[in-house]
Design a protein around this ligand. Structure first.
Ligand code: ATP
Ligand code: MG
Length: 250
């Protein structure tokens, strides 16, 4: 069963003259272990799509199924539980809590989730070692570089072993070298642990790590590139993605 099914999803913001069709009949299916990148110009609806998938905002038409579970009609409480138990988030600005240590930031989503208390500390330490932050466990996040903070955020997103990871421009505030390191870590998690990732990016270098790139314009999916099983070198993928972006004018 696919981890994510989006069927005919539409969303309109505002009323009258201020009406904006942020999503216009989006269809998207993501299988377990897949890494899908979403690209498109500013305002084309990428963040709106992630917000609808995670139930952070209500859609007008269509359906969202997470591992076959249709979230239509879910109460705010049910949506909160869904996010806590099944979805991991990575944001552009890390959103770490400055007064908590690195390990406390990572364990926080699991503390809120009664099911995941067992062996929690060890799990967090293991994750922090995997992202290369084993020696910063007790540090405050404000003492870390942007790339290190984003690696803490990756560990935090994975602590509840989410069925789906959503990332909205996770490399948007990182330099190119750091964003490369981060993408390698994310890609490794997907292939090694069969994690499923939907990631929004403006950067062809980031999208080149995905199995599939979906291009959006004006609330619609206008094209898709399949990169899985591809023997192409990374630079060749970047070139193909960039020329697609140029060709589509997005
Ligand atoms: N809460 C909201 N209220 C009103 N309009 C909104 C709201 N959120 C988004 N929009 C509008 O919906 C459209 C899609 O916005 P969205 O944030 O999804 O774009 P985006 O593709 O993520 O852009 P960016 O690359 O700049 O982050 C835009 O026209 C935006 O102004
Ligand atoms: Mg956005």
């Amino acid at each position: 069963m696919p981890v994510l099914q989006v069927k005919g999803l539409s969303k309109v913001y505002g009323q009258g003259q201020n009406k904006v069709k942020a999503l216009n009949h989006i269809h998207l299916t993501v299988e377990q272990g897949e890494f899908v990148a979403i690209m498109g110009t500013s305002g084309c609806g990428k963040s709106t799509l992630l917000n609808m998938i995670s139930g952070l905002d209500k859609y007008d038409e269509g359906e969202v199924l997470i591992s076959g579970e249709n979230i239509k009609g879910y109460s705010d409480y049910e949506l909160t539980l869904l996010r806590r138990e099944k979805i991991g988030f990575i944001f552009q600005f890390f959103n770490l809590i400055p007064v908590l240590s690195v390990i406390e930031n990572v364990t926080l989503p699991a503390m809120l989730n009664n099911k995941n208390q067992k062996g929690l500390e060890k799990k967090a330490v293991d994750l922090l070692n995997l992202v290369g932050l084993g020696s910063f466990i007790q540090s405050k996040p404000t003492l870390l570089s942007g790339g290190q903070q984003q690696r803490v955020a990756i560990a935090r997103a994975l602590i509840n072993e989410p069925e789906l990871i959503l990332a909205d421009e996770p490399t948007g505030s990182l330099d190119s070298k750091t964003s490369k390191e981060m993408m390698r870590i994310l890609q490794q998690f997907c292939s090694q642990f069969n994690h499923t990732l939907v990631l929004v990016t403006h950067d062809a270098n980031v999208a080149a790590y995905a199995n599939r790139v979906v291009f959006m314009s004006d609330g619609k999916i206008v094209d898709t590139l399949h990169l899985s099983n591809s023997v192409l070198e990374n630079q060749e993928k970047v070139r193909i993605i960039s020329s697609k972006v140029e060709g589509l004018g997005i």
